[in-house]
Design a protein. Structure first.
Length: 254
């Protein structure tokens, strides 16, 4: 028994002072921690990436304030300012976070797939903003009305510079969150949740233009990028299977 006890000195106990019950309890805690790590270690890349992303983005916000390419298309001039859309714009933060956290606990495979989608677009955004600084001049000189929503927009504008816009991460990540919801096995029969997710995602996309956070160009290019990434991330197996079927049919016909 003494020999067995001495093997646990690395746990901080001396073999002559630790009782067998205390050793067993310590082993149980260590095993529990190991199991938790094994179960949730797939979240480590997310934490590491967020540190990199936020550090890089913070640097960009301070660096790209004067010398940048102005993004503007004719359609921007026909979109009215509608301050109430600040609500879905701000809900974006909770929307994407809740979807990612839900997948983290429910499905490692779906969580990883969602992260691949989000990380790819966010990294492209950082690279583009670094190599090709961009911004817009769409914001109003003064608010047309005074209400709680215009005040919220004013606060948002004071915090978020009108630079580093292309492609819109609000749009791209909203698409990524909605794709994750509609492809989730746990939500397969939850039509109400899928519908609500789609409405919220669309509202967020529209909000980026109605509160003058993004140009139509930022939005359309983000939608194009999201559509391409959906094929690679979620439809790749279907596309590959279709190609294999076509090849088999050709061989059979020959």
């Amino acid at each position: 028994m003494v020999k067995g006890i001495s093997g646990y000195r690395h746990m901080g106990c001396r073999s002559d002072t630790c009782s067998p019950g205390r050793i067993v309890k310590g082993c149980y805690k260590m095993e529990k921690l190991k199991n938790l790590y094994a179960k949730y270690r797939h979240g480590i890349p997310l934490l590491a990436y967020m540190v990199i992303y936020l550090s890089w983005f913070t640097w960009l916000e301070g660096a790209n304030t004067k010398n940048y390419r102005v993004i503007h298309v004719t359609a921007d001039d026909y979109i009215p300012f509608c301050e109430i859309f600040v609500l879905p714009y701000l809900l974006w933060f909770a929307y994407v976070s809740i979807v990612v956290i839900f997948l983290f606990f429910r499905s490692k495979q779906e969580f990883n797939r969602c992260c691949v989608f989000l990380f790819t677009g966010m990294t492209l955004f950082l690279i583009i903003s670094t190599l090709w600084p961009n911004g817009h001049h769409l914001r109003l000189a003064e608010m047309p009305r005074d209400n709680i929503f215009t005040r919220a927009v004013s606060v948002l504008w004071s915090i978020d510079t009108p630079t580093n816009l292309w492609p819109s991460i609000h749009v791209y990540n909203s698409m990524g969150a909605h794709f994750a919801v509609i492809r989730s096995a746990d939500l397969e029969n939850k039509k109400g949740i899928k519908l609500a997710s789609g409405i919220l995602a669309m509202s967020i996309i529209l909000s980026t233009m109605f509160i003058k956070q993004h140009s139509v160009f930022d939005v359309m290019t983000a939608i194009a990028l999201g559509s391409v990434m959906y094929t690679f991330t979620y439809r790749r197996e279907v596309v590959l299977a279709a190609r294999m079927q076509r090849k088999l049919k050709k061989r059979i016909s020959i």
